[in-house]
Write a protein that binds this ligand. Structure first.
Ligand SMILES: Nc1ncnc2c1ncn2[C@@H]1O[C@H](COP(=O)(O)OP(=O)(O)O)[C@@H](O)[C@H]1O
Ligand SMILES: [Mg+2]
Length: 378
């Protein structure tokens, strides 16, 4: 685990980092994001002891790094930068094996075996690349080697400073996917710097948004999208982003709260009255704990001759519902698959929380788009 505690960095009078506190759990990938000059690279350099904080301390596995031997510390940390930092006069094999050979923890055979595996993991064929020099590889291939090399060191911690920024979009996407797959398997502790929110959303367990030397918000991608902490964050992520990520929109965000419902013991006459006064054509039936029991439509009621019958007898017990945490994609899927115009929303225990109807969906969505348009115009 990496803990940055109350770290301030000044150069002369200029405050570059202003009392930063941040902890990165072991085995997670945290993305540092923010506009140019906000202090991202400085943060990485502090962790790697390339520079010293003006005040505050950084701990790795509870040990203050100021007391650690710098060379030892750097061997525990892999560093990947934009132009890979591969040594131009060494072959790919020599580049990858440099640190492991220096460390002497493994035999040469073991190291070579790892090199083959690593190249395969980053999607490169060993024989094709191993004796080449960095200049003979494309930017994307060099970046893959950079990632392989950082992992080859056996480092538990990997710092990545805009490693994919200079690559074309296709290569970039492919490397993001590769990194995600690698991380899924290896569970390193990674701090990844970028200024691209789409990249952050794709790979991060948590995102730390920085602004002018301060942390503006540190949370999971989902929480940041759903509850931006400030107007700055909102502008940073962009209003349209939430709506471009419908998987982040939950039933509870868009449902009508307090839908019209009735107890099962109500008679048909009473049920019809309730519907009339609330201008609906169906009733959700809930028990005294507000658990959803069924649904009854005007048609169900009218077709029953005995109007003193309880609605429990005529309601349909087989009904569709969604959970309040289901997302918009799921909900639209359910509504389309069963071609229904509405769907009740329940919490765990099947307690009725709300109702989503086609028209409530349309009005919620169009309000959002209206807001977006206004913000674009204004
Ligand atoms: N050694 C230095 N001396 C003076 N200013 C610096 C130094 N290093 C960084 N800065 C300034 O600190 C700010 C943050 O830099 P940096 O961490 O590189 O930002 P980022 O990586 O987020 O773009 C910038 O305004 C930069 O100009
Ligand atoms: Mg930088």
């Amino acid at each position: 685990m990496i803990e940055i505690k109350n770290v301030t960095k000044k150069v002369g009078n200029k405050v570059i980092l202003d009392d930063i506190t941040l902890s990165v759990e072991k085995g997670t990938l945290v993305v540092l994001i923010g506009s140019s000059g906000c202090g991202k690279t400085t943060t990485l350099k502090l962790i790697n002891k390339l520079i010293k904080p003006t005040s505050g301390e950084i701990y790795i596995d509870n040990r203050p790094i100021s007391k650690e031997n710098t060379i030892e510390l750097r061997r525990k940390i892999g560093y990947v930068i934009q132009n890979t930092g591969l040594f131009p006069h060494l072959t790919i094999k020599e580049n990858i094996e440099l640190i492991p050979r220096l460390k002497k923890e493994k035999s040469v055979e073991e190291i070579e075996k790892t090199t083959v595996e690593l190249l395969e993991m980053v999607g490169l064929k060993y024989e094709d690349y191993i004796d080449k020099y960095p200049s003979e590889l494309s930017g994307g291939q060099q970046q893959r080697i950079g990632v392989a090399r950082a992992i080859a060191t056996g480092a538990e911690i990997i710092l990545m400073d805009e490693p994919f920024s200079a690559l074309d979009p296709m290569t970039r996407t492919s490397l993001q996917d590769q990194l995600f797959t690698l991380q899924d398997e290896l569970k390193k502790t990674i701090i990844f710097v970028t200024h691209d929110m789409d990249e952050a959303l794709k790979i991060a367990d948590k995102i730390c948004i920085m602004d002018n030397g301060k942390i503006a918000q540190y949370d999971t991608p989902e929480n940041i999208l759903r509850n931006p902490a400030s107007e700055f964050i909102q502008n940073f992520i962009g209003l349209d982003r939430v709506w471009n990520n419908p998987e982040y929109i939950k039933a509870k965000d868009i449902m009508i709260k307090d839908p019209v419902s009735a107890k099962p013991s109500r008679t048909i006459i009473q049920g019809i009255e309730i519907m009339k006064t609330s201008k609906v054509d169906s009733l959700l039936v809930t028990d005294k704990e507000n658990k959803l029991q069924g649904i009854v439509t005007v048609k169900d009621m009218k077709s029953n001759i005995n109007k003193s019958t309880s609605i429990e007898k005529v309601m349909s017990k087989e009904l569709l519902f969604v959970n309040e945490d289901d997302n918009l994609v799921d909900i639209l899927g359910v509504m389309n698959e069963h071609s229904v115009g509405y769907v009740p929303v329940v919490s765990n225990n099947r307690k009725l929380e709300g109702l989503i109807t086609r028209s409530s969906l349309i009005s919620v969505l169009s309000e959002q788009f209206l807001e977006m348009e206004v913000s674009v115009l204004g």
